[in-house]
Design a protein around this ligand. Structure first.
Ligand code: NZQ
Ligand code: ZN
Length: 381
């Protein structure tokens, strides 16, 4: 294994009623003003907002709302949040939502205490934040594992760029399966596919043989597939939703990634597709993965074969890729780019820009050329 240092900053509170049991104690050490951050309104409709606001008020906090954080959060939204934090002298940020809300808030936390623009600081000066307004996360839609790390994925609309910005990790994460009960079926499955993708992309990066990370990644994949299948039978199966929340956290808490390299090429392609189209992250991945894996299956035949055997119960590397493609269909996830929600028509010209601007990952089974990425995207039209 490669050298590594592993520490973990986020305390996890899993289980039904976790916010009621723990939130007041968790926010007690911080000052009076809490930024309550959320998305487009689901938390108001399902009662989570009222419950959390009530708990914060009982804890003696004054609440400032930061609403309307969109899926694929923008850099402009980050700046809006940072302004609110400064104007109201916010002491603590409570991010309530899926990956988009949590990501936005992790960067708001850092930006609010910086004099410089965080994108320029990270991408031009190569410096990363070490401090921010303390933050906690309440997960209402799982899949990204955003609550388990300091990395965020933000869309800079003026740059046609969607990519990582390092923010500040949450001090705690509340994972209550009941809080995800109102997430629509397609979002639950898209989120779970994102988890599967994280585990596959970690596993397919370069590692020593017999690395425990590979074994854990395969277990996370297998468990994600089993629980997605349970949801195909009964979408309201709360135990399966809970299992998927923890799969999601396991895939992104760093455990799978220590001591090895990761692939994440499908993610890089999807992020840039998202920059141009604003498509749903998990659904974009569902379209891209089979086409990408058909291109690299011969570069890592043993790994693909092992994944096929241990996750899908099939023999052979190519069979593993086709089993994955079949599973995507079985879940009713999109299989063509034309099925994605998009703010623009997805044309070969758009795909050329995606291929020309996405990050290239050297640590996957084989680094694709930009032309290969363009070809595989066109194949998915
Ligand atoms: O905005 P509201 O009204 O809350 O609706 C949301 C949104 O429409 C809805 N939702 C959330 N909780 C709900 C609910 N609807 C009903 N009941 C509830 N309890 O779900 C929709 C999707 O939410 P969003 O947060 O956008 O989805 P997701 O969790 O998939 O996050 C996607 C973002 O995370 C990034 C993606 O790129 C994308 O920007 N990622 C972040 C990662 C990280 N930080 O580690 C890793 C991932 O690879 C990913 O890139
Ligand atoms: Zn992802």
């Amino acid at each position: 294994m490669n050298e590594f240092v592993y520490t973990y900053p986020t305390a996890v509170y899993f289980g039904e009623g976790a916010a009621k049991k723990h939130l007041k104690n968790l926010v007690a050490p911080y000052g009076k003003t809490v930024l309550l951050a959320y998305g487009g309104g689901s938390v108001k409709r399902n009662g989570i907002y009222d419950e959390l606001k009530g708990l914060l008020t009982e804890a003696g906090k004054e609440v400032v709302d930061f609403s309307g954080i969109m899926s694929n959060p923008t850099y402009a939204k980050v700046q809006e949040g940072a302004r609110l934090v400064r104007e109201h002298h916010v002491d603590f940020i409570l991010a309530v939502g899926g990956g988009s809300v949590v990501d936005c808030c992790k960067v708001v936390s850092a930006q609010a205490v910086l004099d410089e623009d965080i994108w320029s600081m990270e991408y031009q000066s190569g410096k990363f934040p070490t401090d921010g307004i303390p933050i906690g996360a309440v997960v209402t839609a799982s899949g990204t594992g955003a609550e388990m790390n300091s990395g965020a994925v933000i869309t800079c609309e003026d740059k046609n760029w969607k990519g990582p910005i390092v923010g500040i990790a949450a001090r705690f994460a509340i994972l209550d399966p009941a809080y995800t009960a109102s997430v629509p079926a397609m979002q639950v499955l898209s989120g779970a596919f994102d988890t599967l993708s994280h585990a596959m992309e970690t596993y397919l990066g370069q590692s020593d043989r017999d690395n425990v990370s590979d074994d854990v990644a395969l277990a996370v994949m297998r468990n994600t597939v089993v629980n997605m299948r349970r949801l195909l039978v009964d979408i309201n199966d709360l135990q399966a939703r809970g299992n998927l929340i923890w799969d999601s956290a396991m895939a992104e808490n760093g455990i799978l990634k220590v001591g090895r390299l990761i692939d994440f090429q499908a993610h890089q392609i999807e992020h840039q597709l998202g920059a141009f189209t604003d498509c749903n992250h998990g659904q974009g991945l569902a379209v891209i993965h089979p086409a990408y894996y058909r291109r690299i299956v011969k570069d890592a035949p043993e790994k693909f074969a092992r994944m096929g055997r241990e996750v899908f119960g099939v023999d052979g590397a190519e069979a593993a890729v086709e089993a994955l493609a079949g599973f995507i269909q079985e879940c009713g996830l999109p299989t063509r780019l034309s099925q994605l929600r998009s703010k623009v028509e997805i044309t070969p010209e758009v795909l050329r820009k995606v291929a020309d601007t996405c990050n290239l990952i050297p640590s996957g089974p084989r680094q694709l050329s930009r032309d290969e990425i363009y070809d595989l995207l066109v194949e998915c039209l």
